[in-house]
Design a protein around this ligand. Structure first.
Ligand code: PA5
Length: 428
């Protein structure tokens, strides 16, 4: 993975980072790296994320999914960090097993999905670190009932991935379901390179060792200077641009298969650094599609944002058929890959010409190793950013607040958060 920050510098962009400022920031990166290394050495909460590639029990994951080897479909029930990492890998890599990620609880959407799926050929993975999340447990109960209605023994088709306590753990014990543990010290949104993200990948036939090798490569590249460490360069530049007014970061992958990666990154960054009145807002976009919509704003609107391009250098390609239609002959014989690449280059140059800061992340191709490297690198970038912002990247009090309020409102316990909502509702 290469990260090019040239278009984020003050000589190109406004806002942009003066070279001297980047050098000063590098001292803070060195201090942050030392803190991160210390946290890793002690397996501290959150920092332990970066030790995951060497801690994953690949054999246990493969053994857990082996009984479901005959399945044609995977339903992953989970939300937030218990869905987006696995969904990112599923979206990036081809598989014969189709995966559905039931995270939201929109009733029509859930019902439509269940109508489409042959539940007798489905493996169901229920994922919740806390084992208490209302959306996940509700969707599980809905899928379970649909399986029962279809005459499918759900206990034969289900495994759970959860922590040591909680409703889901109780359920697994009651029904003697196979289960995988969620590792300690790894917050939900940082858990993709663990049982949480990798079991679905294993079920879909992906080489999870290769994903972890990619992550290890990214780990090897971490060091005390942003000038030598692509992941830290990215985290530090985002932070420095945010400090200078680029409070929005538009993720613009030029690969359909990486759209979910942008979604995963958005969760990781927003939930980790968005607290104590600071944080940069991630926005998901897609090249070349959004060239025909949002690009107008990015190029000509306020300079309150940066754009992150993600580009695979190689891809499977399709030739555009020759045509004698007047004016279209220039397309014939080219490929769709050449076209999307030209669009990427044009957009990058156009934003640089307009002085909008942008960063280019390149991978050789979308494969297991690159996905592992991309996932790990953004986890490291986010952890570094947490140090630079001086926030605790590993907590999510606002998210927990809404989880408690939801449970309380549905009668799942006494929560002052639910009382607050009730009071507000009475006032309006
Ligand atoms: O990062 C986080 O902590 C959250 O996004 C959680 O992953 C999400 O709320 C789901 O939580 P759980 O896995 O406990 O069901």
């Amino acid at each position: 993975m290469q990260v090019d920050i040239g278009n984020a510098l003050a000589e190109v962009a406004t806002p942009g980072i003066p070279r001297e400022a980047l050098e000063r920031l590098d001292d803070r990166v060195a201090a942050a790296h030392a803190r991160i290394e210390e946290g890793r050495a002690n397996d501290e909460h959150g920092y332990a994320t970066l030790n995951q590639p060497d801690n994953v029990d690949v054999d246990a994951i493969e053994a857990a999914v082996e009984p479901f080897a005959d399945c044609e479909t995977l339903i992953n029930v989970g939300i937030g960090g218990s869905a987006l990492g696995a969904a990112t890998i599923s979206a990036a890599l081809d598989s014969d097993v189709e995966a559905y990620y039931l995270d939201n609880v929109d009733p029509k959407w859930v019902a439509d999905h269940l109508d489409d799926i042959d539940l007798s050929k489905t493996a169901l993975n229920v994922v919740s670190k806390s084992g208490m999340t209302a959306e996940t447990l509700s969707n599980f109960l809905v899928v379970r009932e649909a399986m029962e209605d279809a005459g499918v023994d759900w206990t034969e088709r289900t495994w759970v991935t959860t922590g040591p306590e909680g409703n889901l753990r109780d359920l697994a014990e009651k029904h003697d379901l196979p289960s995988l543990p969620v590792p300690d010290g790894v917050p939900g949104r940082f858990s993709v390179l663990s049982t949480v993200g990798l079991a679905a990948a294993a079920l879909q036939g992906h080489d999870i060792e290769a994903i972890l090798d990619g992550a290890r490569d990214a780990d090897d590249a971490l060091g005390p200077s942003l000038f030598d460490s692509p992941a830290y360069a990215y985290g530090a530049v985002n932070y420095a641009l945010d400090q200078r007014g680029a409070g929005i970061n538009v993720l613009l992958p030029y690969a359909e298969s990486l759209e979910t990666y942008a979604e995963w990154y958005s969760q990781l960054w927003a939930e980790s650094v968005g607290k104590d009145g600071v944080g940069q807002t991630p926005v998901r976009a897609l090249g070349a599609t959004d060239q025909h919509s949002q690009l107008q704003l990015y190029r000509a609107g306020p300079h309150d944002k940066m754009v992150t391009f993600i580009r695979p250098k190689e891809r499977a390609d399709t030739t555009i058929p020759e045509t004698d239609l007047a004016g279209l002959s220039y397309l014939g014989g080219s490929t769709l890959g050449e076209l999307i690449d030209a669009e990427f280059e044009a957009t990058e140059a156009s934003l640089a010409n307009a002085g909008l800061p942008n960063v280019r992340i390149e991978i050789d191709r979308v494969d297991e190793a690159a996905i592992g490297e991309l996932l790990y690198s953004m986890e490291a970038a986010t952890i570094l950013a947490g140090e630079l912002y001086t926030v605790d990247a590993f907590v999510q009090p606002a998210v927990e607040w809404s989880k408690k309020a939801t449970r309380g409102l549905l009668g799942g316990g006494d929560f002052e958060e639910a009382d607050e909502v009730a009071e507000k509702t009475e006032l309006t």
